[in-house]
Structure formats: C-alpha cells, structure tokens
Write a protein that binds this ligand. Structure first.
Ligand SMILES: Cc1cc2nc3c(=O)[nH]c(=O)nc-3n(C[C@H](O)[C@H](O)[C@H](O)COP(=O)(O)O)c2cc1C
Length: 328
C-alpha cells in the first residue's frame, strides 16, 4: 500500500507524526522514532515564557546593573542555540521531516524564533498558539484575529511551511481555519492539549490533572475534523488528541485528516506503538481496497451525510430514550 501523504509542501512516507512533547527533545530518541516508522516529528516546543523564567531566576545580586542585560541576553541566546542544535542534530540523524514548534507571548519573538529555526534547518514551523482568555471585557473574535495576525507575521519572515496548532476553545473552528488557509497556513492541527487542571479536595489546593490521553479526546477531534474537512477540502488537517491505537489512526484519516499527531500512546507503550499503528493502517487499507491514503481520506467526513446530521447533533435525546428502554 502507498501510505505517502503530502501537505503544504511536505511529503511524509506515512501519516504518523510524533507530536510535540518531551519525547522529541533528544536527537537520538528522534532517530529511534524514525526507525520505528514515524512519518515526521514535531520537536518539543520552545517556550519564550520558560526561557524568560530561567533568565529571571538567575542570581543577579552580585552583577552590576550594566551587566544584567548582557547576562540575560546570553542566557536567552543559549536556550535558542540549544534548540537550533536539537534541530541540526535531529536533521543529521533523521531523513523524515523535522518540524520546529514555537510558543511565545511577545509578537517580535515569534518571528525571530521562527526565522532562526528555519535557518537551523527545520523543514517546517508549527505555531503552538493556544490561549485561554477569560477577561470580562473580551472582544469576541479577537483571539481568532490574533491567530491570523501571527500567521501573517511569521509567514512574512520564513519560506518553509507554517502549521497552526489550535486549541479546542473556539465556538466554530471552520471560519478560523478558512482564514488561516487564505493566509497561507500549510496545515491546521485540531487540537492542542491544555495542561490539565484538577483540585485536591483534602489539601484545598490546585493540582495537575491526568496528562496523557486515554482516548476520550478522540470524539471532538473526529467531529471537528469531519466538519472542517467537508467545508474546507483544500485545507490539510492534522488530527491530534486521543489517537491511541490503530483504529483511532484510521478514524481520523476517514474524518478527513492528512495525518495524525500523536504522543500519549508513545509515553505509555513506547515507540513500538508507531510500528503497530502504521501496520494496522496498512492492513486496514488492504482489507478495504484502498491503494493510497487519499482514497480513504474524508470518506466519513460531514459531506457524506450517512447518518443525518450526526456531526452537529450533540444532545443526548436518543441515548436518554435508549436508557429508558433498557430500564423497562
Ligand atoms: C507530556 C506532554 C507534553 C506536551 N508538550 C507539548 C508541547 O511542548 N507543545 C505542543 O504543541 N504540544 C504539546 N503537547 C500536546 C501534544 O503534542 C498533542 O497535541 C496532544 O497531547 C494530543 O495528542 P495525544 O492524545 O496523542 O497525547 C504535549 C502533550 C503531552 C501529553
């Protein structure tokens, strides 16, 4: 079977992308994932916030005031150089596409980092833009506009493909995806994962929730991939969230994704999961007489109304009546 998938100028030998996470922060580990069968990998995001926290946590007590800026500059530069080295070393060991991932809060830094990573040899840049806004005076649409402005700014300084990774906190992702496509996004990732939040009810404190996906995330990814791919067939979509086995991998492609970005299952099962999931896809394609990934892509998206308007029907009417029947 031909598992090749292409989007935004990148060609992948198969649609399995290792998504941005700490597993992609070492060149040798990245090589292992290529050997296991990955089609591409997204390096761990570089976070401007993390770099600045490191700069600010340095003990500057003995440093004369005029030396502070100098040290801060070099500390920041050191972090960026380390990331460039990760790109270069991974590129030396791997032949699959290597995508750098950026998360900044200062406008000028997004573009500066992106340009630097292109120069270091990244095949594409993924912008990890996700944000929560809860301001009372929030103006509707401004978060979407920030995404568009950011893409435009980054596209003005790099020539490699730019991928937009979105959070799931939008009322309607379709028009935003359409605008990003019009501004030249190579692909849109649905969705990023928010750092989970939980409460400790004994200590009365906040605590970190379960980080790794168990599979329940898949439903919303299928819904929005199926809806978006039907309305924007020319926009490459990368599905991320709850792709934890071969079946889920096949499902996101049927929903219309060009590829899946996956990480939780690799933390849980190791890189062997890549080999298994790619083999599952290959077997499925044989059983369903699909010679290419394009032949299966979008076969269950929202342009095929097999089952009424299921993608937009979200209330539990039928489940409730079924539950009543089960009780009788
Ligand atoms: C431990 C961990 C670290 C992550 N770090 C990043 C990151 O640095 N940048 C990013 O864009 N996404 C990050 N993500 C999100 C993943 O790339 C991915 O989009 C998300 O986890 C959904 O895929 P999954 O269900 O296979 O985990 C991280 C996820 C996990 C679980």
């Amino acid at each position: 079977m031909d598992l090749t998938t292409s989007f935004g100028g990148l060609t992948l030998r198969n649609p399995f992308i290792v998504s941005s996470c700490s597993l992609t922060s070492q060149p040798e580990k990245n090589q292992e994932m290529e050997k296991a069968g990955a089609g591409a990998l997204v390096l761990k995001s570089i976070f401007e916030e993390e770099i600045m926290a490191q700069v600010n946590s340095m003990d500057h007590d003995d440093v004369p005031i005029e030396g502070y800026d100098y040290i801060s500059f070099y500390q920041k530069q050191h972090c960026l150089d380390e990331y460039c080295r990760l790109i270069r070393d991974t590129k030396r060991l791997c032949s699959i596409p290597v995508i750098a991932s950026v998360n900044c809060y200062t406008g000028s830094e997004w573009t500066a980092y992106a340009k630097m990573f292109q120069d270091a040899g990244a095949d594409a840049i993924e912008l990890n833009v996700m944000r929560i806004v809860s301001d009372f005076d929030y103006s509707y649409g401004s978060l979407e506009q920030q995404h568009v402005d950011l893409l435009r700014a980054v596209k003005s300084v790099v020539t490699i493909p730019v991928i937009m990774k979105l959070g799931h906190n939008f009322t309607n992702v379709v028009p935003l995806a359409g605008r990003l496509r019009a501004e030249g996004a190579a692909a849109v990732v649905l969705f990023n994962k928010m750092s989970p939040l939980d409460f400790d009810i004994e200590k009365l404190t906040l605590r970190k929730g379960e980080v790794l996906s168990g599979g329940s995330e898949l439903s919303e990814v299928l819904r929005w991939t199926a809806l978006t791919s039907a309305k924007l067939p020319a926009l490459p979509l990368l599905a991320s969230g709850g792709v934890v086995d071969g079946e889920a991998f096949v499902k996101v492609l049927l929903a219309g994704a060009s590829a899946a970005e996956v990480c939780s299952v690799l933390y849980k099962q190791g890189v062997g999961a890549i080999t298994e999931m790619v083999a599952f896809l290959n077997d499925w394609m044989v059983r369903h007489h699909c010679d290419t990934v394009d032949q299966m892509r979008g076969r269950l998206n929202a342009s095929h109304r097999h089952d009424g308007d299921r993608f937009e029907r979200i209330q539990f009417f039928s489940n409730i009546s079924q539950a009543k029947n089960d009780l009788n």
